[in-house]
Write a protein that binds this ligand. Structure first.
Ligand code: HEM
Ligand code: HEM
Ligand code: SF4
Ligand code: SF4
Length: 381
């Protein structure tokens, strides 16, 4: 395609430059009932899965219909979402913190019509375009990352693992039959962009091999002390190697100290470590961020490794379904997954979820590891 200028002049890059204007103010986009009753809401109800009602002091009502999205979407899809908003909601819509989309209407009848309409929209291959759900004690959207679509440090894919998982747990998206909400999150490396460290169930991409070292280019591409300082276990030291008579400044990695975090690669392009057989996913559970009843908690590793069996990750979805089933059968009302595991004891958690316990799960990172061991005789056989 021929080049089309936007008016930007590369000869004078700073001329007519607009900067530091920030985002547009959210009040420009408020649906009228919301604008009118802002800060004056009395109570809300979940009418049925995916449909919320908020009632204001004025007596005004607003119904919200929540639908799942894939997060990664084309402009065509966004235009279709705008068409829905134009047709049913005077052009207003919003996205949630879990990347669901919400449409607001003023009567229950309109809301139920809209729900029906959204559930009828399908892609050619049969998947729902905008399945309604994601409210109450169910499984809402999976907060996730870039994966092989865009990032250079992933150990697994984000969009693929998420689609496979949502297909496996889809009934929990459109229903509210769990003891409490179950938040599933995914991150494709342990930078953990997103919420895997604080979710009920988390999928995390992990490596199992130390980095390769591109000695010939390392000093040209990397700030060596930065690579050394990036290692949480002190496995990296500066070193020199000789290749074909030339001496290169580089690094050496003590393989038995490396736990494959990939942090040195983030700092230094000459230390790549992704590997099709070595890489896969770990499963973590029991995190939460709300303060309801119990304090917020980190998620814990319960499955150290499952293979990247593309495109559907069957081993991974099987484990997630097992954990969800055991939780929904065992937990009390309002009990989050971590609250349940803490109550029954983690030894019982592994038993009821039919998960193997291995040495990988025992914390061995510095002094704090000690506090994760059992300093009591209280346990169940
Ligand atoms: C140089 C570093 C980074 C670059 C170039 C970068 C770039 C991007 C890009 C292009 C996306 C959009 C991806 C997509 O839609 O496919 C994205 C999304 C995201 N990034 Fe980064 N990122 C960087 C670092 C980080 C870090 C360090 C974090 C977290 C600690 C992070 C968290 C996220 C999250 C949570 C999203 C998803 C947002 C959403 O749900 O829409 N990023 N990033
Ligand atoms: C102790 C530390 C942290 C606390 C207490 C915390 C707390 C929270 C809370 C309250 C939410 C809102 C969840 C919701 O609306 O459902 C949240 C979401 C999120 N947090 Fe954190 N956070 C912590 C650390 C981090 C870090 C270190 C990162 C990134 C590196 C991060 C990234 C995110 C992201 C991307 C979300 C959005 C997830 C979603 O929409 O559900 N958080 N966090
Ligand atoms: S979690 Fe890691 S691999 Fe995934 S987008 Fe973030 S930095 Fe990239
Ligand atoms: S992958 Fe992590 S543990 Fe291994 S050498 Fe690099 S920074 Fe250290």
């Amino acid at each position: 395609m021929a080049f089309i200028s936007s008016g930007y002049n590369p000869e004078k890059p700073m001329e007519n430059r607009i900067t530091d204007i920030g985002p547009q103010h959210f009040t420009e986009f408020l649906q009228p009932v919301i604008k009118k009753n802002f800060g004056k809401w009395l109570y809300h109800e979940i009418i049925e899965p995916g449909v919320l009602l908020h009632v204001a002091e004025s007596g005004d009502e607003v119904y919200t219909v929540r639908a799942g999205t894939a997060r990664l979407m084309s402009v065509t899809m966004i235009r279709e979402i705008c068409d829905v908003a134009d047709k049913f909601c005077d052009g207003y819509l919003r996205f949630t913190t879990r990347n669901n989309v919400e449409f607001m209407v003023e009567t229950k009848e309109e809301a139920l019509n809209l729900k029906k309409y959204l559930n009828e929209q399908k892609f050619e291959q049969g998947s729902y375009k905008l399945p309604v759900g994601g409210t109450g004690a169910g499984v809402s959207n999976i907060v996730h990352t870039q994966g092989w679509v865009h990032c250079h440090t992933p150990a697994t894919d984000a969009s693929g693992t998420v689609k496979a998982t949502m297909d496996a747990v889809f009934d929990h998206f459109t229903d509210m039959k769990l003891p409490a909400p179950v938040r599933i999150a995914m991150a494709c490396c342990l930078n953990m962009c997103g919420a895997v460290h604080c979710s009920d169930i988390a999928i995390l991409g992990v490596h199992r091999k130390p980095p390769m070292i591109d000695h010939q280019y390392l000093d040209n591409l990397c700030e060596i002390p930065l690579a050394v300082a990036s290692c949480p276990t002190g496995a990296i030291r500066p070193s020199k190697v000789e290749i074909e008579g030339t001496q290169y400044k580089t690094v050496a990695i003590k393989e038995e100290r490396c736990m494959f975090c990939g942090n040195c690669y983030t700092m230094c392009p000459s230390l790549p470590l992704s590997d099709s057989q070595g890489d896969g996913v770990a499963i973590m559970v029991g995190g939460k961020i709300s303060n309801r009843i119990t304090k917020p908690a980190f998620s814990k590793v319960v499955v150290p490794f499952l293979p990247n069996n593309t495109p559907r990750w069957p081993e991974m979805t099987e484990v997630i379904e097992k954990i969800l089933t055991a939780y929904s059968e065992g937990a009390n009302k309002y009990e989050r997954l971590g609250d349940w595991a803490n109550r029954i004891g983690w030894e019982r958690f592994f038993e009821v979820c039919d998960l193997e316990f291995s040495e990988h799960l025992i914390d061995d990172f510095r002094d704090p590891a000690y506090y994760t061991w059992r300093q009591t005789t209280q346990f169940k056989w």
